[in-house]
Ligand binder design. Structure first.
Ligand code: GTR
Length: 325
């Protein structure tokens, strides 16, 4: 082989390699605490499918469900530092770092799911999304998480008075701790994955969540008294590491945003069906649902609002949310 033909051969190999890189698929890692099949997991998979189709296979998403990448608080750190690209979590663990996320976490703020959708789909939702950027995150979508209610292994809750002295696990957020205190009960912040055995061994009496979480995390096996007090409607948030986002072209960013928006429609459908399915399943397995009068729960929330809605920006946001019809 002459020198020239060897050179030509090398150039051809380099060209093939370079082409390979240009066409290579970038696989983005996404975390979720919930098991496969849960509405949020399926919504992010759907997002991934849309992204793959619309970028002609240049990007795809791999969903690590069932807390394979860690508990929510840890995965939030990993996405903030760009170790993982995407994460679907509750908005509540952000309460300590992103002030605006406190507002949708306030007890009894949303009057209904419809009210929550109008707020989160509108300009207030956009304002909350923008607040994630300084924390190194791009909030792509809000997903449904229904209403959270208390459940415990000890006794049925028929009134606010029945809450006295019970020990509940809460999400690692101060609003949750204050809310439980305001109801005369005790709060223990703890990662989601530890709740089942903490109830089983009597370290705590119960926790609070929506029906799909209560069902799929199997808390219904160990805490059969579910009180439909519906104290919070904290939306889920689907975030992307700002460092991963900044690597996308503006065209691809638009594709990601649209795919996220489309995945919301899908998640809401799956969510509504899952709430019904999980509720029926836990009732069939022996959960007793009580419906205490909500008004005393609502009336007890003054100290929570006083403590967390302190600056004018948050006060204004609460007022604007209340005004949304
Ligand atoms: C669920 C939520 C999870 C997680 C969990 C918890 O409703 O979907 O992301 O935050 O609650 O209580 O830790």
């Amino acid at each position: 082989m002459t020198f020239i033909s060897r050179l030509a051969g090398t150039a051809a190999i380099i060209a093939v390699l370079a082409m390979g890189t240009a066409n290579a698929e970038t696989v983005l890692k996404s975390s979720d605490t919930h098991p496969d099949g849960y509405p949020t997991v399926e919504a992010v998979k759907y997002f991934g499918q849309l992204v793959k189709e619309r970028t002609n296979g240049r990007y795809s998403v791999e969903v690590y469900h069932s807390a394979q990448l860690g508990e929510e608080k840890d995965t939030i750190e990993q996405v903030r530092t760009g170790v993982i690209d995407l994460n679907r979590v509750s908005m509540a663990p952000f309460n300590g770092t992103i002030p605006e996320t406190n507002v949708p976490s306030l007890p009894y703020l949303f009057r209904s799911e419809d009210h929550m959708h109008k707020v989160m789909d509108g300009e207030i939702g956009d304002q909350i999304k923008a607040a994630f950027e300084p924390a190194g995150l791009v909030a792509l979508a809000f997903y449904d998480s229904g209403a959270r209610s208390f459940y415990n292994s000890k006794k049925p809750i028929n009134s606010k008075e029945d809450m006295a002295g019970l020990k509940f696990r809460v999400i690692q957020s101060d609003i949750f701790v204050e809310m439980v205190k305001a109801l005369g009960a005790n709060a223990t912040p703890m990662p989601y994955g530890e709740v089942y055995s903490a109830i089983e061994t009597g370290v705590i009496d119960g926790a609070e969540n929506n029906f799909p979480s209560y069902d799929t995390a199997k808390h219904a096996e160990v805490a059969k008294n579910y009180a439909l007090d519906e104290h919070m409607m904290v939306p889920e948030v689907f975030v992307m590491a700002k460092s991963s986002w900044d690597k996308l072209t503006p065209e691809d960013q638009a594709i990601f945003k649209q795919a996220a928006k489309d995945s919301v429609v899908k998640q809401r459908e799956l969510w509504a069906a899952k709430v019904k399915e999980s509720r029926a399943k836990v009732e069939a397995a022996g959960t007793k649902i009580t419906t205490p009068d909500k008004q005393p729960f609502i009336d007890a929330m003054g100290p929570v609002y006083d403590k967390f809605v302190t600056d004018d920006k948050l006060k204004d946001m609460v007022a604007r949310i209340k005004a949304v019809q």
